[in-house]
Design a protein around this ligand. Structure first.
Ligand SMILES: Nc1ncnc2c1ncn2[C@@H]1O[C@H](COP(=O)(O)OP(=O)(O)OP(=O)(O)O)[C@@H](O)[C@H]1O
Length: 240
């Protein structure tokens, strides 16, 4: 994997119809860490993520990597839905990118990744036979198979029960270490466990405020007192 770049938004604007989502927005997403994006529903988090991934073109301004190289081809995406192909095995789903590119699939790499996410025994299974948490682990293995330095995650764990969610947070934090990760979540505990940098979006057009993160390295423990008090401060702030 190439070095994880920082990403800059320079004077970015985006409107949908008459609604100004962003006006002259400047923002730097640090390289090689997890930036968590929080904010009320509809404030523009997904739109910002889509601009970072090149899926949405800003009305004006630029989205650039700090190393001066194009971002295209260096970004992987993980969303709330696992988007696994229902008719393909877990193994084939993990190697899907290679197949789409016409590359020879790397079965050893796939097997290693499935082992890392605890799914070795399910390589030949169809997605429908797995639990939601297992399918998200398969989706994570697919992201890791692609080995992109930038990973954009739009509420990837929000459909999971709280125990599975906490396990996925630990797994993702370990497996995605040293990549440039941007994670959207509505869950203050998830934000406080996983953020190296925490950004709160609010208003129309949106402004972005950097929040203080708890001390300690990611993933922080679920019962860390600093995490729990930061979580309640954050929730109170989000309710304002
Ligand atoms: N392609 C589009 N065309 C028109 N309007 C859009 C489009 N994409 C997003 N919007 C609008 O832009 C606003 C921001 O949407 P966005 O999905 O970015 O918000 P969000 O903060 O991610 O919300 P949520 O937390 O509910 O997912 C919403 O009002 C939405 O309806």
């Amino acid at each position: 994997m190439s070095a994880p770049p920082a990403i800059r938004l320079e004077g970015v604007g985006l409107d949908f119809g008459s609604a100004p989502l962003f006006r002259n927005l400047d923002l730097r997403i640090g390289g090689g860490g997890i930036t968590v994006l929080l904010g009320a529903s509809g404030v523009g988090k997904t739109s910002l993520l889509r601009m970072l991934g090149g899926l949405e073109k800003p009305g004006y301004g630029h989205v650039v990597a700090d190393d001066g190289l194009p971002l295209a081809g260096r970004v992987a995406w993980m969303g709330q839905q696992d988007l696994l192909l229902p008719w393909a095995s877990i193994a084939d789903n993990v190697m899907l990118g290679a197949r789409l590119r016409g590359d020879a699939p790397d079965r050893a790499r796939m097997a290693h990744l499935l082992e890392s996410v605890g799914l070795s025994a399910h390589a030949g299974a169809l997605p429908a036979t797995l639990s939601g948490g297992m399918r998200q682990r398969a989706a994570l293995a697919r992201v890791l198979y692609e080995d992109r330095p930038v990973v954009l995650m739009d509420e990837p764990f929000s459909a999971l029960d709280s125990i599975t969610r906490a396990r996925m947070q630990d797994l993702a934090a370990h497996m995605l270490a040293r990549r440039t990760v941007v994670l959207i979540t509505h869950d203050p505990l998830e934000a406080c466990r996983l953020a190296d940098t925490m950004l709160l979006m609010s208003g129309y057009p949106a402004t972005i405020e950097e929040m203080t993160v708890p001390a300690g390295t990611v993933p922080r423990a679920v019962d860390d007192p600093a995490v729990l008090s930061a979580q309640s401060r954050l929730l109170r702030r989000m309710l304002q």
